[in-house]
Structures are given as structure tokens and as C-alpha cells.
Write a protein that binds this ligand. Structure first.
Ligand code: HEC
Ligand code: HEC
Length: 280
């Protein structure tokens, strides 16, 4: 970015000097299970250390994720647990009819998403897999991307990977998607001419408006946000961040956002899945 526009954007957004993290040594232990909130970067990563967004939140917000009884995201997880058992669609089946116990069948699934689907010849996010089962295996209506039912189900499925390190495959046909996602990450959007990297790589740890900038990792998604009191999907968050640069944005579920999701997931390799996380 041109020096002048960085300064203009920085001023417009009031990115301020580095504030100390709430507690740099804080450890996230949920139900006795220690989460990996700091990971060593893998080869090719521009980050010196990979940090969970949890580390950047205030003590009060951090505390909400420590205990599942306090975590407001669990209301939705419970709704999805009921939906898992509920028959829907022309085939008279529920998710449980085929997958059985969610804890067993969905363990590890979130940690590897998004992933290449050879049969579909496409890169699929978790939402694509859920809707494929609904439409083609249950004869049920697909759920809208980034809406409540879908976010609740991806939270329930994500929870079954909690604590496991994010580990996506970027080999084979996925590599092209990774490259596309990387290009997007460094593309300047909107009137402010800001790329994801300008905020989440160059300025993490700094204050922006009244918010503490993180690395923009997605290991906690879907995440419960205090701001809108509901679960928010990865693509919903991408959309919001791009819109904040005063740009036109892509749609949740679009190939662009799935490519970006793969790249951002890769940047967070090694962090524990924290789903459902709590953020402001
Ligand atoms: C008629 C049987 C059937 C029903 C009903 C069904 N699924 Fe599936 N599902 C499958 C099969 C078969 C696969 C592909 C093989 C596999 O990964 O288990 C699959 C794959 C998946 C995957 C991808 C798993 C992975 O490891 O990649 C997810 C996620 C999933 N289903 C979620 C759901 C959800 C949520 C529901 C209910 C809304 C549901 N399924 C209903 C049969 C079904
Ligand atoms: C103008 C600065 C800015 C830009 C540009 C920006 N974001 Fe953000 N983003 C934020 C702020 C502020 C937050 C909320 C505080 C935090 O977690 O960093 C945030 C949060 C996030 C989160 C949630 C992190 C968590 O732990 O819950 C993700 C994911 C994210 N951004 C991804 C992106 C991606 C991908 C792009 C590029 C398409 C992008 N952001 C562009 C400012 C920005």
C-alpha cells in the first residue's frame, strides 16, 4: 500500500499504539482441557507466533469461554443437538439415523475444514457438507448459510473437535484454492484500501477504535458475539470485516470466501478448535 494511504486509513480507523494484552500469560482451560492458544507457525507462515483471538479479549469476555454454563453459545448447541435427532425431509431421516452419536461420528471433522471434495470437484466448507446431507440424503430443504439453524449445527459439530489442533490439507487440488485465498488476504478492499493483512498481520495487538486487534483466526467459529447475541459464521465475519473497509463484499458460501477460509484456517494451524468461542 502507498505510504500516504496507510496513514490515511490508519488515521480514519484510529489504529493506536500497542496496548498490553489483557493477560499475556492467560491459559484457556475449558472443563479441565487445556486449549492451545499459542502455536508455533508452520513453514511458510508470515507470523512469528500463531495466537488465538481469545488472548486479545478482555478478562470478562475471556471468562465466558472458560465454563460451558457461562458460554451463551451453548443455548444454540443444545438446539442443534435436538435438531440432530429430528426427522426432516421426504426420506424420513434425521442426522442421527445415519451418523448415530454426534460425539463419535463428528469428532475431528471441524479441525480439517474446509477440505477438497473429490466427488464434487470443489472445496467444501462444513456448511456444504451439512446441506449436501440435507438436500441429497434427507430430501430436506438446505439451511441458509450464516443463519441460526446452520450456525447452531456447525457449532454442535465443531464442539466435537474442541481442543484438537486445526489441521487443513492444502495439497493436490486444494493448493490452488489456498493460493487464491492468500491473494485475497493481501488484496486491499474498499475506500480505505485495506487488506486483511494490514489489520490482522501488521497491527495485531494494537487498538483499533476501542477494539483490540487479533490475528483474525477462525479456530473458534462459529463464535458467539456479545455484540449481536448470536452465533456468527466464518463467512459472516469475513463479510463484516470487508464491509468495514467500505467495500462491496462477497456472499457467505461463495467460492471466494471458501478459498479465503482455507487460507485463514491454514494460518491458524496448530491452534485448538475452540468452538463455540465467545467474542465481543
Ligand atoms: C441418509 C444418511 C445420512 C443422513 C440422514 C445425514 N448424513 Fe451426513 N453423511 C452421510 C454420508 C454417507 C456421508 C459421507 C461419508 C461420511 O463422511 O460419513 C456424510 C457426511 C457428512 C459430513 C461430512 C463428514 C466428513 O468427515 O467429511 C457432515 C458434516 C454431515 N454428514 C453432517 C450431517 C448432518 C448435520 C445431518 C443432518 C442434518 C446429516 N449429515 C444427515 C449420510 C447421511
Ligand atoms: C480495518 C481493520 C480490519 C480489516 C481490514 C479486517 N479486519 Fe478482521 N477484524 C477487525 C477487528 C477490529 C476485529 C475484532 C477484533 C479482533 O478479533 O481482531 C476483527 C475480527 C476478525 C475475525 C474474528 C477473530 C476471532 O478470534 O473471533 C476474523 C476471522 C477476521 N477479522 C478476519 C478478517 C479477514 C479474513 C479480513 C480480510 C478479508 C479482515 N478480517 C479484515 C478488523 C479488521
Amino acid at each position: 500500500m502507498k505510504r500516504a494511504s496507510i496513514l490515511a486509513a490508519t488515521a480514519a480507523l484510529a489504529i493506536g499504539a500497542s496496548a498490553a494484552m489483557s493477560d499475556e500469560n492467560a491459559e484457556l482451560v475449558i472443563d479441565g482441557q487445556k486449549m492451545i492458544t499459542r502455536a508455533a507457525p508452520q513453514e511458510g507462515s508470515p507470523l512469528s507466533e500463531v495466537l488465538s483471538g481469545w488472548l486479545f479479549r478482555t478478562d470478562e469476555t475471556q471468562a465466558l469461554e472458560v465454563d460451558d454454563f457461562d458460554n451463551p453459545g451453548f443455548v444454540f448447541v443444545e438446539q442443534a443437538a435436538a435438531a440432530w435427532e429430528t426427522v426432516d425431509g421426504s426420506e424420513g431421516k434425521s442426522c442421527a439415523s445415519c451418523h448415530g452419536d454426534v460425539a463419535e461420528s463428528m469428532k475431528g471433522v471441524r479441525a480439517a475444514m474446509p477440505k477438497w471434495n473429490a466427488e464434487a470437484n470443489d472445496l467444501w466448507s462444513l456448511e456444504n457438507y451439512v446441506n449436501n446431507c440435507r438436500e441429497n440424503r434427507m430430501g430436506a430443504k438446505p439451511w441458509k448459510w450464516d443463519k441460526d439453524e446452520m450456525n447452531a449445527m456447525t457449532a454442535l459439530i465443531g464442539l466435537q473437535s474442541r481442543g484438537m489442533p486445526v489441521s487443513v490439507s492444502i495439497d493436490g487440488p486444494a493448493q490452488e484454492w489456498w493460493e487464491r485465498g492468500k491473494e485475497m488476504y493481501y488484496t486491499r478492499y474498499g475506500q480505505l484500501e485495506l487488506a486483511c493483512s494490514n489489520c490482522h498481520e501488521d497491527h495485531y495487538g494494537d487498538m483499533i477504535r476501542a477494539d483490540h486487534l487479533s490475528q483474525g483466526q477462525i479456530n473458534g467459529f462459529p463464535t458467539y458475539r456479545l455484540k449481536n447475541a448470536k452465533l456468527n459464521s466464518v463467512h459472516g465475519r469475513f463479510k463484516g470485516c470487508i464491509r468495514d473497509t467500505r467495500a462491496e463484499t462477497f456472499s457467505p458460501g461463495s467460492p471466494e470466501f471458501r478459498a479465503l477460509e482455507l487460507y485463514v484456517a491454514w494460518r491458524g494451524t496448530g491452534l485448538s478448535v475452540e468452538t463455540p468461542s465467545v467474542r465481543n
